[in-house]
Write a protein that binds this ligand. Structure first.
Ligand code: GTP
Ligand code: MG
Length: 370
């Protein structure tokens, strides 16, 4: 778009068209209200009103630098499922995750001092499942709000003695909105007050009909305490994952999502990322939100230093200049200079948005309806 109709322009910058016409005449531009003026002229007029017509070329430039291309079908390889555990408070999410981890993960360190990165990988025979330990729904919501979808399967934990509760319903709604398949883990079946059938009954009100009742929702009775049903639950996860045919190209620059980040006293900014495409390597130049850096070290869910992380694999990253936000998308780019450049462009954009007032419109705004 190189020109704009005067009437349209006046409307967009909320100034009287007659006034604009006068200014145009003073500039030596003689047009009527229904004629078009070039963008350069529009920009000069806008300047007189202290209105900045921001060009949207920066966005385009960023895309060129990041080059988030579509992968070819033949480059795709199977990847492990990323599973998020959700449910009402105290229904046993953490206990269930602990039960899964301790029954399946060989503790390498004495005393089991496992580094918690809020995400971990469990090996089942030759297959992997990645679990996300989200304390509340906030992280899930935040990530979804930012368009980052990392979850492939949701495990809905419902205590058999308590049944469907407000946060259970919230979790169902989140998973449905994200179009993620739900597997129900009916927990605490070791309790004498447990009533799994009541849970199934209540779930039908929210559109989740158990398979054994003619629906298509997998419900697995489990006990995080006695570990009953845990193996079945893992099998079901693998079954659902298999049907999803999850794939990604491991041989490309990495793209991932930050799931949590903090400032560590000794180590500086530390971010946990789930790689979604490509392979993240030590030495990679990266951009995440408005921050950038060079990967100094990668640490896996067992607290071990690793050289790289492929699709679905969660790792901690050291080497970012600042702490990114959960939900930020991480990209590996060609070099550190490019990473810094993108970071600066994004920060500048953020600043402009921060200072933006009603007197600022973008070129996009100006031309989008023409
Ligand atoms: P929040 O993180 O606070 O939302 O809770 P949570 O869902 O992670 O529940 P958590 O794992 O902390 O368990 C809550 C309580 O239930 C704890 O006292 C657990 O010991 C108990 N609990 C969890 N699973 C079981 C189970 O299978 N059987 C029995 N009897 N108790 C369980
Ligand atoms: Mg918990």
């Amino acid at each position: 778009p190189e020109s704009v109709r005067v009437s349209e322009f006046a409307e967009r910058i909320k100034k009287p068209a007659t006034e604009i016409l006068k200014k145009l005449i003073l500039m030596g531009v003689f047009v009527t209200i229904n004629q078009e003026i070039s963008f350069e002229v529009a920009e000069k007029i806008a300047e007189q009103y202290n209105i900045l017509l921001e060009k949207e070329v920066k966005q385009e430039r960023e895309e060129v630098l990041i080059n988030d291309f579509e992968d070819k079908e033949e480059d795709l390889m199977p990847r492990p499922p990323v599973v998020t555990v959700m449910g009402h408070v105290d229904h046993g999410k953490t206990s269930l995750l602990d039960a899964i981890r301790h029954s399946k993960v060989v503790e390498t360190e004495a005393g089991g001092i496992t580094q918690h990165i809020g995400a971990y990988t469990v090996d089942i025979n030759d297959k992997k499942i990645v679990f996300l330990d989200t304390p509340g729904h906030e992280a899930f919501t935040a990530m979804r709000a930012r368009g980052a979808q990392v979850t492939d399967i949701a495990i809905l934990v419902v205590a058999a003695d308590d049944g469907v509760m407000p946060q259970t319903i919230e979790a169902i709604n989140h998973a449905k909105a994200a179009n993620v398949p739900i597997i129900v883990a009916i927990n605490k079946i070791d309790k004498s007050s447990a009533n799994p059938d009541r849970v199934k009954q209540e779930l039908t009100e929210y559109g989740l009909i158990a398979e054994e009742w003619g629906g298509d929702t997998i419900c697995v009775p489990v006990s995080a305490k006695t570990k009953q049903g845990i193996d079945t639950l893992l099998e079901m996860i693998l079954l659902v994952a298999e049907m999803q045919e999850l794939k990604a190209n491991p041989n490309r620059p990495a793209k991932g999502t930050i799931i949590e980040a903090k400032l560590d006293k000794g180590r500086g900014p530390v971010a946990t990322v789930i790689v979604q495409k490509g392979t993240l390597k030590v030495g990679d130049s990266i951009i995440a939100g408005t921050t950038y850096g060079k990967v100094r070290a990668l640490i896996d869910d067992k607290g071990r230093k690793v050289k790289s992380a492929g699709p679905s694999i969660p790792v901690e990253i050291l080497g970012l200049a600042e702490v990114p936000n959960a939900g930020d998308i991480l990209y590996a780019v060609s070099d550190e200079k490019t990473a810094r450049q993108i970071s600066e462009m994004r920060k500048e954009k953020e600043r402009q948005q921060y200072f933006a007032s009603s007197s600022k419109i973008t070129l996009q705004d100006l031309f989008s309806q023409i």
